[in-house]
Design a binder for this molecule. Structure first.
Ligand code: SF4
Ligand code: SF4
Length: 279
């Protein structure tokens, strides 16, 4: 099973839940794909064995060789290039580039457009008590985590193993990228009007992708009537509840995992995983 844990916004307890879910299993890999601010390591406490920069090829145009024929810009599906023949200028917008390589393929002039390396982030690999730990961290200022997330999923996902994925928060493209290969998506929410509003947005994404889904209610005080009512209408089950408790909040702020805070919760999480696996 590949299980992705998502939330409509940050701070709902997504990482707190996903780390303990991974730690409740006998064997599992943990992927921290919350690439703008990965913090699963705080609870998982992995031993990191290697760290590699994640490099993408991007075009670089030599204006002395370029004939300003515009073929590269015409072929770029993402409008990342603009050729200005009158000014003898070639503009490149790196934040729009998807490193597809089409521009270098179509350029008819030798060495006018070459591909150069662009460092967009780092991938850390290691081990934790249950298996492999993989974390992606995007460089500050990088416009999108999608290439880093798709690179990690392509190069490091072992389809034979159970994988718990801590996805980015929100509803943007990196979230979609992180759940594409998941068999099941867990949405972590809080029983507040904001929590409900953000949960509605992520449910739309999960529905569009046709994923099996369940919801975890964090900070549950028995006042989640609106959330439950909405979920009932959507046919999405509440699969787990984390109670509202001062002890849990204190433990969380010290980096102590949920599984080491609430007695017996590890067994419940393991049972939850088995229920999900058995469909
Ligand atoms: S690599 Fe692809 S996306 Fe980037 S500028 Fe070239 S054609 Fe456009
Ligand atoms: S295709 Fe090559 S020669 Fe033509 S504008 Fe682009 S970089 Fe210049």
């Amino acid at each position: 099973m590949k299980i992705a844990v998502i939330s409509g916004k940050g701070g709902t307890g997504k990482t707190y839940f996903s780390t303990s879910l991974a730690m409740s299993l006998e064997e599992a890999d943990f992927f921290d794909l919350d690439v703008e601010e990965p913090n699963g390591y705080i609870f998982i406490k992995p031993v990191i064995s290697d760290e590699v920069q994640y490099i993408l090829p991007v075009p670089e145009i030599d204006e002395d060789r370029c004939t300003f024929c515009n073929k590269c810009a015409e072929s770029c599906a993402y409008n990342a290039l603009s050729i200005l023949p009158q000014l003898q200028k070639a503009l490149f917008f790196p934040e729009l580039c998807h490193s597809c390589g089409v521009c270098s393929f179509v350029c008819p002039v030798d060495e006018a457009l070459i591909e150069v390396d662009k460092d967009i982030g780092v991938i850390r690999r290691g081990k934790f008590s249950r298996g492999n730990f993989i974390e992606g961290k995007l460089n500050i200022g990088e416009p999108s985590g999608v290439p880093l997330i798709s690179g990690i999923m392509k190069d490091h996902l072992n389809t034979e193993r159970t994988v718990i994925i801590d996805s980015p928060p929100g509803t943007s493209c990196p979230v979609v990228e992180s759940i594409k290969k998941a068999d099941y998506v867990i949405i972590v929410t809080e029983p507040t009007p904001f929590g409900l509003s953000d949960m509605k947005l992520v449910i739309e994404i999960v529905k569009d992708l046709g994923k099996r889904t369940g919801v975890v209610i964090n900070k549950d005080r028995g006042d989640s009537k609106d959330t439950e009512e909405f979920l009932r209408k959507c046919g999405i089950p509440v699969i787990f509840r984390i109670p509202y408790s001062l002890e849990i909040q204190k433990s969380y702020s010290k980096g102590i995992p949920l599984i080491d805070t609430v007695p017996g919760i590890g067994k419940k999480l393991k049972r939850l995983y088995e229920d999900i696996s058995n469909g």
